[in-house]
Design a binder for this molecule. Structure first.
Ligand code: FAD
Length: 415
């Protein structure tokens, strides 16, 4: 337990909502941290520019929130985390201001921006940032590809991710995810594949990717390959059905919880060499845990949200009966055990506790499993400089206890 506080202050960033500068030559903008993603896109549109960073929570995110949680956007490859779109930051801490220079790149020591991205408010408040922008795409190509099973799809996607093709969308859905979201009329794993560019046609990239997937037994879905497809009224398109389901998905949880149903997700990243064992291990072991805790049928599914040349970012969703009489306290107790087991499994099997959902309080256990004590002591030492009284977002990421241990550690190292 951390120290008790006699008061809590919430800082409302709503009025830090301005687009301060747009530089169309270097394609970047200076933005206040309280600006909502939706408003930023609207303000950039007349300039023909876009951040093109759309987390699933896009309708309600702020620029500051995305940066300090290291949000992951919709791009499956290339610029996935917002880190890559941050050129400089201005952090207001109780100990003073930390500001970095807006530069295209710099090799000058550990980057101050790296301390801000993912800091989750524990060092200070991000007031503004320079962000790298993109032109709005005019060329698009998309397709959905069916595979007999998840492993065949995984092998195809590994080859695509290592071929330098950089699809903007490359989501693999396992058989359960396909069934739950009803995006195909047969039992299969599905790859939703898309390319986009503001500069050139991407048809050739799609062609090369199709050659790869067909070598791995993939079959292009009945809607075929769609070039320059806009997200519109293509109701027969599996990619479009998936996109609609994807946007609605998180809101099911709000409905289901009221009926005592546990619906939650956890996401991670793992290297390709470990993926098969990782996937089988999570599906088997977490399934066992859910089954033992609830004594009922459950659903546990997986999709890739992002893929890198060295591995995918699998995203798991589970539905379980917490209490059939709607006892929410019982459901909450069961959820906590499932959540804890998911973190243990992810850590044991070699993954990260979060690829883009941040650490906060729920993932503290997993964060400690995957980081060394010395590193956390270093963070605590930095926090002590920025926030000597430990008032900034206590309990998130690292807490005052870590801070005390950290200070002792730093002093011992210096002696
Ligand atoms: C339905 C749903 C879907 C989601 N999908 C995604 C997804 O696809 N990708 C993804 O990355 N995440 C996702 N998330 C998680 C979350 O929405 C994102 O991480 C988002 O970036 C958080 O931004 P926010 O503005 O909502 O921050 P908040 O939730 O308001 O804040 C997050 C943390 O940052 C701190 N903070 C916020 N602003 C500042 C600031 N200016 N300075 C210092 N600290 C600050 C807060 O104190 C808090 O600790 C999802 C969440 C939900 C509920």
């Amino acid at each position: 337990m951390g120290p008790q506080y006699s008061a809590t202050i919430s800082v409302d960033m709503e009025n830090f909502n301005q687009l301060l500068d747009v530089d169309p030559i270097s394609r970047r903008a200076r933005v206040q941290a309280g600006m909502q993603g939706v408003d930023l896109e609207a303000a950039l549109k007349p300039h023909g520019l876009s951040l093109r960073h759309y987390p699933q929570s896009f309708p309600c995110v702020t620029v500051g929130g995305m940066i300090v949680t290291r949000a992951g956007g919709h791009f499956a490859t290339g610029y996935t985390h917002i880190d890559e779109l941050v050129e400089s930051t201005r952090l207001i801490t109780p100990g003073g201001v930390i500001e970095s220079r807006p530069l295209p790149g710099s090799g000058a020591g550990p980057s101050a921006d790296r301390m801000v991205c993912g800091s989750e408010g524990v060092f200070g408040i991000l007031s503004e940032a320079w962000l790298r922008l993109q032109q709005r795409p005019t060329w698009r190509s998309s397709a959905s590809i069916r595979f007999d099973n998840m492993m065949a799809a995984t092998e195809a996607v590994r080859e695509i991710s290592q071929a330098g093709l950089y699809p903007s969308n490359c989501r693999v859905l396992d058989e359960m995810e396909v069934a739950l979201n009803r995006v195909a009329d047969e039992a299969c794993a599905l790859l939703v594949l898309g390319f986009e560019s503001a500069h050139h046609s991407v048809n050739h990239c799609m062609q090369l990717a199709i050659e790869i997937v067909e070598r791995h037994g993939g079959r292009v879905g009945p809607e075929g390959v769609q070039h320059n497809a806009q997200h519109s009224d293509q109701s027969a398109n599996a990619a479009e059905s998936w996109r609609n389901a994807f946007i609605r998905m998180p809101y099911w949880r709000n409905e289901l919880t009221a009926y005592g149903v546990i619906a939650d997700t956890f996401e991670t990243a793992i290297t390709w060499d470990k993926f098969n064992a990782f996937y089988q291990g999570v599906i088997k072991e977490l399934g066992k845990t859910i089954s033992e805790l609830t004594n009922r049928k459950y659903a546990l599914s997986c999709r890739f949200t992002h893929v890198y040349p060295d591995g995918p970012a699998p995203y798991f969703t589970f539905y379980a009966v917490g209490d059939e009489h709607g006892d929410l306290n019982r459901a909450l107790a069961i959820w906590k055990q499932i959540k804890q087991r998911s973190m243990e499994l992810v850590a044991e099997l070699g993954g990260t506790v979060t690829h883009h959902h941040a650490v906060g309080r729920d993932h503290r256990f997993g964060y400690q499993q995957q980081t060394s004590m010395l590193y956390r002591q270093g963070l605590a030492g930095f926090k002590a400089q920025c926030d000597p009284k430990g008032i900034m977002n206590p309990g998130a990421l690292i807490d005052p206890i870590d801070k005390a241990i950290g200070l002792r550690g730093v002093m011992q190292t210096n002696e």
